[in-house]
Design a protein around this ligand. Structure first.
Ligand SMILES: NC(=O)c1ccc[n+]([C@@H]2O[C@H](COP(=O)([O-])OP(=O)(O)OC[C@H]3O[C@@H](n4cnc5c(N)ncnc54)[C@H](OP(=O)(O)O)[C@@H]3O)[C@@H](O)[C@H]2O)c1
Length: 250
């Protein structure tokens, strides 16, 4: 099949491109650098000619509430206008477990992206992932309160980007689900404990405070908010194995 990966140069996108090429597909890694821009529409009609599947792994350069909503709404509208013209048979997107449960700027933008997908009339699959392990440092930084770092005690089940990319590639190579599949890491614990393990391993001594009311990007978490329901696809890479692989890459 001819598969276009929008955001094919990103963390997940570049891995999905490699995985799909290994499966023998003709894969194009599309991004502004290669002349394909979902915000302006540039390059979309050309790249989608003769394409069977579109995998959207783009992300907004800004996470500010209005900017991220504008990114996913505008990109979605431009993408589906071009996909409809090109007769795309399957649209795959990566979103977040719990998108529908949390009311914060980034999650609202992902809800808008999903709404546009469902209304597009194009067969689709939405992969709902938990947080990437690669995102742990950013979560720690976002919890800064003065000299301390306040982090939620809510349930958390991060997944390694290699496991995310394997799942997205499998979904893209398969039939449209016209629904959502949830994916998560192999281990569930408290958000604060995962981040502390990560910082300890890095020798980062900042003071961590476990706080049931600490907000995760604007929302309090409970033990359901950002973890999957029954029967998610679980990744194989646990936190320790993932951390060792990061050290080898450094
Ligand atoms: N972080 C998490 O824990 C998490 C969890 C679940 C789901 N997700 C979702 O996973 C997806 C991928 O995230 P990621 O971390 O892999 O992203 P990333 O590394 O930041 O990569 C973003 C990609 O989007 C491309 N891009 C940016 N603006 C674009 C535009 N106007 N038109 C076309 N492409 C554009 C970038 O191209 P350039 O390199 O040329 O800028 C890059 O290839 C996101 O949709 C995110 O919401 C994230």
């Amino acid at each position: 099949m001819k598969i276009v990966v929008i955001g094919g140069t990103g963390l997940i996108g570049s891995k999905v491109v490699n995985n799909l090429r290994k499966l023998g597909h003709e894969v194009i890694a599309a991004s502004p650098a290669s002349g394909v821009n979902t915000l302006t529409g540039d390059g979309l009609d050309e790249v989608l000619q003769g394409t069977d599947v579109v995998v959207d792994l783009a992300n907004s350069p800004s996470f500010e509430d209005k900017a991220v909503l504008a990114f996913f709404e505008t990109a979605g509208r431009n993408l589906f206008a071009a996909e409809t013209k090109a007769g795309i048979k399957h649209h795959v997107a990566l979103s977040i477990v719990g998108t529908e449960r949390l009311d914060n700027g980034y999650f609202r933008a992902k809800q808008a992206q999903e709404r546009i997908i469902r209304q597009s009339g194009i067969p689709y699959s939405i992969v709902h992932s938990t947080q990437f392990m690669e995102f742990l440092g950013a979560i720690a930084d976002a919890g800064a309160v003065g000299e301390e770092t306040h982090l939620s005690t809510g349930a958390f089940q991060p997944i390694a980007s290699d496991d995310v990319a394997a799942a997205v590639a499998d979904v893209a190579a398969g039939k449209p689900l016209n629904g959502i599949i949830e994916i998560a890491g192999p281990e569930r614990g408290r958000l604060v404990d995962f981040v502390k393990r990560y910082l300890d391993k890095k020798g980062d001594t900042r003071k961590i405070v476990a706080d049931a009311h600490a907000k995760y990007f604007g929302s309090e978490l409970d033990d359901q908010s950002i973890v999957p329901g029954a029967n998610p696809r679980l990744g194989k890479i646990n936190f320790e194995t993932w951390f060792s692989s990061q050290l080898q890459k450094a």
